[in-house]
Ligand binder design. Structure first.
Ligand SMILES: Nc1ncnc2c1ncn2[C@@H]1O[C@H](COP(=O)(O)OP(=O)(O)O)[C@@H](O)[C@H]1O
Ligand SMILES: [Mg+2]
Length: 267
């Protein structure tokens, strides 16, 4: 969806933000991502805050609620959530600002070990039992080959969207943002979704799968589970690519098919 500057939010919504932060001195729209109708860094009386939001009647508004619910359970690499506001047709989240740049996933990038460290930290976290969270089996069942969705089950907390604009690099740390799709499932799924994004950035399948293999969860996964993941990922991106043929989606569709072939055969 198109992104509006902070100043174009309704006056009462801006006032509610001011009630949280104090006077807003400056607002700068940030780029990256697609769902947020507003994504701005505000300089305020109480310091800087990153505000992301979507209209309350938008089909993705549930994602804002999921992000707010999972926030207290996230590891240190994720920014702190300060507040969640719902009023006058808007749902807004106010976060600690991560003053970084989008991760570079290209082969040989010095960001890759930092991304590995952040995902290693996340891999230790169990999905909290007391909040509503998506289940990997439900999310992948319609794409996975018949009878294989149980492989996706598990108790790890998964991010599932490792687009490089959801990973911000600050100094020697990678920080994971955009928890719109927190999911409970098998821990190897996150290394798998990251592998596809590495391929999008130019890694051959063997090197992307090799990167996933640095994570113990991936090493321990049954080959049949990884093959099911490859097939499901290819089916998912075939569906996304069929709906809308923008070039990056076509790239993802082709890379997902290549990944599926790599995971179907001997590694
Ligand atoms: N805490 C943060 N501090 C600074 N910038 C952020 C922060 N979180 C996200 N961003 C930036 O805003 C963009 C959009 O935010 P994101 O949470 O990814 O929403 P979406 O992709 O759903 O629009 C990100 O790609 C990133 O560039
Ligand atoms: Mg994003």
């Amino acid at each position: 969806m198109s992104r509006i500057p902070f100043e174009q939010l309704p006056a009462d919504v801006r006032q509610a933000v001011v009630d949280k932060t104090g006077r807003v001195h400056a607002a700068r729209t940030v780029w990256g991502g697609m769902n947020s109708g507003i994504a701005s860094v505000l300089e305020t009386e109480s310091g800087s805050v990153f505000v992301k939001g979507i209209p309350a009647d938008h089909p993705q508004v549930g994602a804002q609620g999921r992000e707010a619910a999972i926030a207290p359970h996230l590891p240190a690499s994720c920014p702190r959530l300060y507040w969640h506001l719902e009023l006058d047709g808007w749902s807004l989240l106010g976060y600690e600002v991560v003053d970084g740049r989008h991760a570079d996933y290209t082969p040989g990038s010095p960001d890759l070990p930092l991304v590995e460290a952040a995902l290693t930290e996340l891999q230790e976290i169990k999905a909290p039992a007391d909040i509503e969270i998506k289940n990997a089996m439900d999310r992948w069942t319609e794409y996975a080959p018949p009878g294989t969705s149980y492989y996706f089950g598990g108790d790890a907390l998964l991010h599932t969207d490792f687009a490089p604009d959801n990973v911000l690099i600050v100094g020697e740390q990678a920080r994971l943002v955009d928890w719109a799709w927190p999911t409970r499932g098998a821990a190897w799924i996150d290394p798998g979704t990251l592998a596809l994004r590495l391929m999008e950035a130019g890694h051959p399948a063997e090197s992307a799968v090799g990167f996933a293999g640095r994570f113990p969860s991936w090493q321990a996964a049954e080959p049949e589970a990884l093959a099911a993941f490859g097939a499901a990922t290819a089916a998912l991106w075939r569906e996304i690519g069929a709906e809308d043929g923008t070039p990056w989606k076509r790239t993802m569709l082709e890379q997902a098919a290549t990944l599926a072939r790599a995971l179907a055969g001997p590694l």
